[in-house]
Write a protein that binds this ligand. Structure first.
Ligand code: 13P
Length: 347
């Protein structure tokens, strides 16, 4: 029996409260270091902490950010005032979350595919993170599209792991965010993306059912249905919205309270415009549809901050602005005029 099922259902609902979404700030040390390197920012435990604290405490961000996904390093850190960062978030009314998988590793027997690891010892790690204040978790599976991929073996191994993770999360009292990411890399068409995303989401739903995951106490974090990055024919915003909503309707049970997209390398404004378009499409739309963006929320803030103390407020302002725009997009009220006078981060 899952513990605190009603608490988990309330947490899942709070994460997709009207006008709010999630800030994914769970980059590994090596990924964040690469992003810092591009801007010439020195990556140290201290600079990563300062950056995360800048994002978490941005004025007004809590009006649009319901939860933050942290990395293991961050959840153990204290803010500049000596308060543990999960407590800093909770005091602002933001729900602390944790990235719990241990990464995508080469899938044995396949060339160019990965399996996400982290099930061994997961029960104990969940307990520890819950003790530190985490109330939800994230596990990302990665599916690549080529003419021959994904293989059935890759899909089935990854959805099985996702469902085992989700069941363990709920047994430990944390809301699982189930993230099957179909990558944008490649020259495939939007139709091919829809076909693969549909197959993967269908397999995810079946695996969740088999592992007896409570759909009411979880969130799904999928990709949008888009053209491959290198496809010559790039689908328009309305085409992406139509294909994405059609695919979700066909494969995601109505019992799931919320769908929160990842941004996956889309430019920040496009990620906002597409989310808005999906929420403006005629129904039915049985779940809340919102965001759990990493780069699409952070890129402009990172650029504005640039690792300099004197830019701290500029960085916070950039984060708050993108959070406000995406909060509006999550209820279909975003307009381009909200961007007036603002720079867009390079995609
Ligand atoms: P992006 O929005 O940058 O894709 O990151 C979201 C995320 O959490 C990926 O796991």
């Amino acid at each position: 029996m899952n513990r605190d099922i009603h608490d988990m259902e309330s947490t899942a609902a709070a994460l997709v409260a009207d006008g709010k979404g999630i800030l994914a700030a769970d980059e590994t040390v090596s990924t964040l270091t690469k992003r810092f390197d591009v801007l010439g920012i020195r990556s140290t435990e201290q600079s990563r902490r300062t950056y995360r604290e800048m994002l978490f405490t941005a004025p007004d961000a809590a009006d649009y950010v319901s939860g933050v996904i942290m990395h293991d390093e961050t959840i153990r850190q204290k803010g500049s005032g000596g308060t543990p960062l999960p407590e800093v978030l909770s005091s602002l009314g933001i729900i602390p979350g944790i990235k719990i998988d241990t990464g995508a590793k080469p899938l044995a027997g396949s060339i160019g595919e990965t399996i996400t690891e982290g099930l061994d010892g997961l029960r104990d790690r969940l307990e520890e993170y819950r003790g530190m204040g985490a109330r939800f978790a994230k596990w990302r599976a990665v599916i690549r599209i080529t003419d021959l991929l994904p293989t059935a073996a890759c899909v089935s191994a990854n959805v099985h792991a996702l469902a085992r993770y989700a069941a363990l999360c709920q047994a430990g009292g944390l809301v699982p965010i189930v993230e099957p990411e179909v990558l944008m890399d490649g020259a495939h068409t939007i139709d091919r993306c829809e076909e693969v995303t549909g197959t993967v989401l269908h397999a995810v739903s079946r695996a969740l059912f088999e592992q007896r995951v409570s759909l009411e106490a979880m969130l799904l974090k999928p990709n949008m249905v888009v053209s491959g990055k290198a496809c010559l024919q790039q689908a328009s915003v309305p085409e992406v919205a139509t294909a994405t909503l059609r695919c979700l309707r066909r494969h995601v049970p109505a019992a799931v309270p919320g769908i929160v997209f990842l941004s996956s390398g889309q430019s920040d404004r496009l990620a906002t415009a597409r989310l808005n378009a999906i929420n403006r499409m005629p129904g039915p739309r049985p779940w809340k549809v919102s965001f759990s963006y990493g780069r699409a929320l952070q890129d402009c803030a990172l650029e504005a901050w640039h690792g300099r103390d004197e830019n701290f407020e500029l960085g916070q302002d950039a984060l708050s602005h993108r959070a406000r725009c995406n909060g509006a997009a999550s209820v279909g009220t975003y307009t381009e005029t909200m961007e007036a006078g603002r720079m867009s981060a390079a995609a």
